[in-house]
Design a binder for this molecule. Sequence first.
Ligand SMILES: NC(=O)c1ccc[n+]([C@@H]2O[C@H](COP(=O)([O-])OP(=O)(O)OC[C@H]3O[C@@H](n4cnc5c(N)ncnc54)[C@H](OP(=O)(O)O)[C@@H]3O)[C@@H](O)[C@H]2O)c1
Length: 252
Amino acid sequence: MWDLKGQTAVVTGGTKGIGKATVLEFLELGARVLFTARNKQDVVNFEKELQDKGFEAIGIVSDVSVQEDREKTVHWVQNNWQALDILVNNAGVNIRKKALDYSEEEFQKVLNINLIAPFELSRALHPFLKKSKVGTVINVASVAALQDVGTGTPYAMAKSGLLQQTRSLAVEWAQEGIRVNAVSPWFTETPLTEGFLKQDERMNGILGRTPLKRIAKAEEMASIIAFLAMEKSSYITGQNIIADGGMSINAI
Ligand SMILES: NC(=O)c1ccc[n+]([C@@H]2O[C@H](COP(=O)([O-])OP(=O)(O)OC[C@H]3O[C@@H](n4cnc5c(N)ncnc54)[C@H](OP(=O)(O)O)[C@@H]3O)[C@@H](O)[C@H]2O)c1
């Protein structure tokens, strides 16, 4: 059971960072993977790279915040797999500002991608997760859902809502054999944080608060996501695994 042999998985935001590491981890564990992202060239390149390695992976261009794009993902699953074992709602973005500086459009964008889209995609794929009998949803949240870490309020609100979405759907869908869990990373080396982490003052501040004295690698998030996707974690639902190098339990 320490593998995902024959399982079907959808990973949103699968061309970079934590999503890309998750796609690779799933494939190495024997799953078949459908990944999504907005940038067509990135999708085409990553799909080719994976297929050249002999993996069963398909990429589609799909913006999680656009309903017609989500439908493309749903139709693909319906036409090719019928049942879906694993959904990873990973795609996320942030716009880091003071509360008073957000335009309505920026605020809506952060909420749509991080909070509304996982709800809509989980609901749309529910019939296929139900057919699987071992369906699991894994939402990628953030430590920003639990305390203020300077990310800006909309992102923190969205990720916090995503955690309650995780708990509420876990209860609602438990009878159908679907587990719903979340992973909350602290700073992880990905394109999302690259620019921010290049600033020495910021990096030193982060390391100063982190007992393990380093930021995470995307692969360290992917392995937690894989564990939650496996039958090995079959009694865990509605939970949030905080992967933060000890940051949130450090009171000094
Ligand atoms: N890195 C961190 O330190 C950190 C910490 C806490 C939480 N997180 C969370 O972890 C998740 C992954 O973050 P990351 O650092 O790996 O980000 P990343 O390096 O920016 O990668 C994000 C991926 O999602 C895709 N994406 C973005 N918006 C999308 C959309 N609307 N529809 C479909 N795909 C979309 C991107 O491709 P396209 O741009 O081509 O669409 C890319 O493949 C996010 O939910 C983030 O909030 C990250």
